[in-house]
Design a protein around this ligand. Structure first.
Ligand SMILES: *[C@@H]1O[C@H](CO)[C@@H](O)[C@H](O)[C@H]1NC(C)=O
Ligand SMILES: *[C@@H]1O[C@H](CO)[C@@H](O)[C@H](O)[C@H]1NC(C)=O
Ligand SMILES: *[C@@H]1O[C@H](CO)[C@@H](O)[C@H](O)[C@H]1NC(C)=O
Ligand SMILES: *[C@@H]1O[C@H](CO)[C@@H](O)[C@H](O)[C@H]1NC(C)=O
Ligand SMILES: *[C@@H]1O[C@H](CO)[C@@H](O)[C@H](O)[C@H]1NC(C)=O
Ligand SMILES: *[C@@H]1O[C@H](CO)[C@@H](O)[C@H](O)[C@H]1NC(C)=O
Ligand SMILES: *[C@@H]1O[C@H](CO)[C@@H](O)[C@H](O)[C@H]1NC(C)=O
Length: 364
């Protein structure tokens, strides 16, 4: 009896103790919530990151067109970063970027430093300029056109536009008296696009401009294409390699104002992951150049079908990002949220594994 009564007391004691703990914990949570809300309410732009550390990003081997001066972080999710190309701050840098083409000698990597491999080229073109073996196992992150890069840095962004210019599509269509235009300056490529075009031109007219064809009378390649788009129905956005995600300015500039072609894409086998539906034609949907030509003839002579592509394409607009601005925002984001020590990758493997294919669409 006596024993069981004391056990009962102990039980009550334990319960009271647990309730008190729960009560105190809840109080603390409520208090934290209040503090959190107040912080948000009084958030000042310059103090959002005042209690975290600042990060330095060094673009160690940078392409000539890069200018650190124009990189700003005030519109990024995290603003506590700065970018420099001054190699003297190497030892104080949290992240160090190497653009494939400018890499020569490797500095000694510091413990905890994050090294980033940067390239907008397909591995065929990267590899040629990737001279130093010492680099290959030193990279933690990549900044490339590939969607699986830590830092996705495409040639440009194709975005929906809110103001869609009105056009007389009938008039645009009636002015088009020619079939396919192609402006090209590298005449022999890994993708063998030149052979594809040779085959295609057996079945439909293709006019070639640029270094591999007739001169194009204009100041810039873009202006030249805009001019051609007044009279040509289609444009060949053919890449030099057939690698996953590899789509360059050859296709993205087709989403500029007044570029009134239907683009025909040959490059990445997955253009649908990057480009809006019904705005382009992909060679990967056709068994052979001959099949493609038959389809183009059908589209090109049916006004309704033809202009449906142009109308859809005009809902989008191309935005360039030539200075890696969005990439720098991403790097800053990753520096802030990372939790584990980064693991270096085998770059050779990363560049090549399941990425590129040989052309299989050219009849021999
Ligand atoms: C920033 O402040 C929060 C809340 O006061 C604190 O939890 C966090 O540890 C601080 N971060 C750093 C890096 O000092
Ligand atoms: C980060 O940089 C800002 C602006 O230069 C400065 O005001 C702030 O004190 C720095 N914070 C730390 C933790 O170094
Ligand atoms: C569009 O262009 C066609 C052909 O030039 C013309 O007949 C028609 O009147 C124009 N439509 C408008 C709305 O301007
Ligand atoms: C069609 O061509 C005519 C004659 O060259 C030109 O005046 C007109 O502006 C063109 N229409 C369009 C939509 O480009
Ligand atoms: C597109 O072409 C039209 C007619 O030629 C012109 O008025 C307009 O300014 C052009 N827009 C751009 C962004 O080039
Ligand atoms: C043009 O295409 C539309 C839509 O696919 C179709 O309904 C129409 O019959 C076609 N016109 C011609 C002349 O083939
Ligand atoms: C990196 O990957 C390549 C290709 O998969 C392989 O040949 C090479 O041995 C790997 N290197 C290292 C250091 O693991």
């Amino acid at each position: 009896m006596h024993f069981s009564r004391s056990a009962k007391n102990v039980c009550i004691g334990v319960v009271v103790f647990l309730i008190s703990i729960w009560f105190l914990w809840t109080l603390k949570r409520i208090k934290n919530f209040e503090i959190g809300d107040m912080k948000i309410a009084h958030k000042q732009p310059q103090t959002t990151w005042s209690n975290t550390s600042n990060f330095t990003i060094l673009f160690y081997a940078y392409p000539s067109y890069f200018n650190a001066k124009y990189i700003v972080f005030d519109k990024c999710k995290y603003t506590n970063c700065k970018v420099t190309t001054d190699k003297k701050v190497f030892t104080k840098s949290d992240a160090v970027i190497f653009h494939h083409n400018e890499m020569s000698t490797s500095p000694n990597k510091l413990n905890g430093q994050i090294w980033i491999f940067a390239s907008l080229e397909s591995p065929y073109n990267t590899y040629k300029t990737f001279r130093n073996d010492a680099f290959k196992m030193k990279f933690d992150w990549t900044m490339t056109y590939r969607k699986d890069s830590e830092v996705f840095a495409p040639y440009g962004f194709v975005r929906k536009q809110l103001y869609i210019p009105k056009k007389n599509y009938t008039s645009i269509f009636l002015n088009k008296t020619r079939n396919i235009a192609w402006v090209v300056s590298h005449c022999q490529t890994i993708s063998k696009r030149e052979l594809y075009v040779k085959e295609l031109s057996k079945y439909i007219d293709v006019d070639i401009y640029g270094a591999c064809g007739k001169p194009c009378s204009s100041t810039s390649a873009e202006e030249c294409k805009k001019l051609l788009s007044k009279t040509y129905k289609f444009y060949l956005s053919f890449e030099n390699s057939l690698c996953k995600d590899y789509l360059t300015e050859k296709i993205t500039t087709m989403y500029m104002h007044n570029m009134s072609f239907i683009p025909i894409v040959r490059g990445a086998p997955n253009p649908g992951d990057h480009l809006p539906q019904n705005t382009y034609i992909s060679t990967s949907d056709f068994k052979s150049p001959q099949n493609l030509a038959a389809f183009l003839k059908k589209i090109g002579t049916n006004e309704t079908r033809y202009i449906s592509y142009l109308k859809e394409k005009n809902k989008y607009l191309f935005h360039t990002d030539p200075n890696f601005q969005s990439g720098m925002c991403d790097i800053c984001y990753h520096l802030n949220v990372r939790q584990q020590k980064p693991k270096t990758k085998n770059l050779t493997k990363w560049l090549w594994e399941n990425q590129c294919q040989e052309p299989k669409d050219i009849p021999s």
